[in-house]
Design a binder for this molecule. Structure first.
Ligand SMILES: C[S@@+](CC[C@H](N)C(=O)[O-])C[C@H]1O[C@@H](n2cnc3c(N)ncnc32)[C@H](O)[C@@H]1O
Length: 206
């Protein structure tokens, strides 16, 4: 297991109470350009009128930036932290974004099978306790042909997701795409985008 993952999992307090409020301010102000960049990227991937889920949405800034670029999308977010969910709901409402955000765990998502065309997640994977047990859930709530697009720091457990998907014969719709990108975070500049695809009709980007 990667050191960064060992250090950051099992730490729910990092995103509760005052920590959630500090994270919110940093995300909305200091780190806003990161979410603009990710939203541009996701906007290019999302099919027309896609249903998009952001797992570990935190304060929901990616959803807000995405809504500004793609008002045709139906947006939802989940997060393990009730405080983060409250912050995200406030932020979406203040920005006039009609998405929904609720409490949810990547390992047990509160949605029926096939609910989404695209799942995104930013800088959350390295906090998940058991990334491998999230894989069947992420595949379950995607429709046939749907895609999972995860952005995180370079040392997040991306390969663990791929290994578990291989073991269970999930996400076999297309070869895994993994590309390096700049995180724009000053101390941790290297990030990765990994896309995994459920078998089914190819999603046509807008
Ligand atoms: C570093 S924050 C990233 C928030 C947001 N995606 C962003 O880019 O600003 C990580 C978030 O993942 C959430 N999280 C951690 N483990 C999770 C899990 N198993 N399921 C859903 N959310 C989780 C945390 O509560 C936290 O809000």
């Amino acid at each position: 297991m990667h050191r960064i993952h060992m250090a950051h999992r099992h730490r729910p307090h990092s995103f509760q109470g005052r920590s959630s409020r500090v994270y919110d301010v940093l995300a909305r102000r200091l780190h806003r350009p990161i979410y603009r960049k990710l939203a541009r990227d996701v906007a290019d991937l999302a099919p027309r009128q896609a249903r998009v889920l952001d797992v570990g949405t935190g304060p929901g800034v990616l959803l807000i930036e995405l809504a500004g670029r793609r008002p045709d999308l139906t947006l939802a977010g989940v997060d393990l932290s009730a405080d983060m969910v409250a912050v995200a709901q406030h932020n979406l409402s203040a920005a006039g974004v009609p998405g929904t955000v609720q409490i949810g765990d990547a390992r047990q998502l509160p949605f029926p099978d096939g609910s989404f065309d695209l799942i995104v997640s930013s800088f959350s994977l390295h906090h998940w306790d058991d990334p491998d047990s999230a894989i069947p859930e992420l595949a379950r709530v995607l429709r046939p042909g749907g895609r999972l697009c995860i952005y995180d720091l370079r040392l997040a457990p991306f390969q663990m997701l791929v290994d578990e998907a291989d073991r269970r014969s999930l996400f076999t719709g297309a070869p895994v795409q993994r590309v390096a990108m700049k995180s724009r975070l000053p101390l941790l500049p290297r990030a990765i985008r990994q896309i995994m695809t459920v078998p089914g009709p190819a999603a046509v980007p807008d």
